[in-house]
Design a protein around this ligand. Structure first.
Ligand SMILES: [Cu+2]
Length: 164
């Protein structure tokens, strides 16, 4: 949500009007690909992995897929799909990536699909911002930032944030 300029002038001190938006409010745009609610969790010192969650919208007329990711703050980033088999949760990297049909939104969230940051360069702390580059088959590279937070962000609240 954005304040109308005249409303902002009434509600906010002048100095705040020129301040950059908080990272959490930023949305990345890679053509037809729109990412919101990108976040991660704090890690313990020495943790071997960290997670990345986000919602990805494909506003284009053609299907796309998230095929890879990388970060300057991890040795590598894997795209993981979670599947339940015989009551056991397994993680795998889907060969064709995570597909996103035209007009579709996919949600990477706790208990489901996620990014796995392998070999973080240091512990992630509350308030950290972790740069990640996503690679899509059609849209190419899209740079995002994971906000390190403890709040669990539900798919419902992520969808409510999505306004045009
Ligand atoms: Cu994983």
């Amino acid at each position: 949500m954005r304040l109308k300029p005249w409303l902002g002038a009434i509600l906010l001190p002048g100095a705040l009007l020129t301040a950059p938006e908080p990272a959490a409010a930023q949305a990345s745009n890679g053509g037809d690909i729109h990412v919101i609610r990108a976040w991660s969790r704090p890690t313990a010192a020495g943790a071997l992995t960290a997670v990345g969650y986000l919602s990805i919208m494909n506003h284009g007329a053609k299907s796309d897929s998230l095929i890879a990711a990388s970060s300057s703050m991890a040795r590598k980033v894997e795209v993981h799909r979670s599947t339940m088999a015989d009551g056991v949760m397994r993680m795998e990297t889907p060969k064709a990536g995570l597909p996103i049909g035209p007009g579709e939104t996919i949600i990477l969230a706790p208990g489901g699909d996620h990014l796995m940051l392998v070999g973080p360069t240091r512990a992630f702390r509350l308030g950290d911002v972790i740069p990640v580059t996503l690679r899509f088959r059609r849209a190419g590279r899209v740079n995002i930032q994971l906000q390190v937070d403890t709040a669990s962000i539900t798919p419902d609240s992520a969808m409510q944030e999505h306004q045009h």
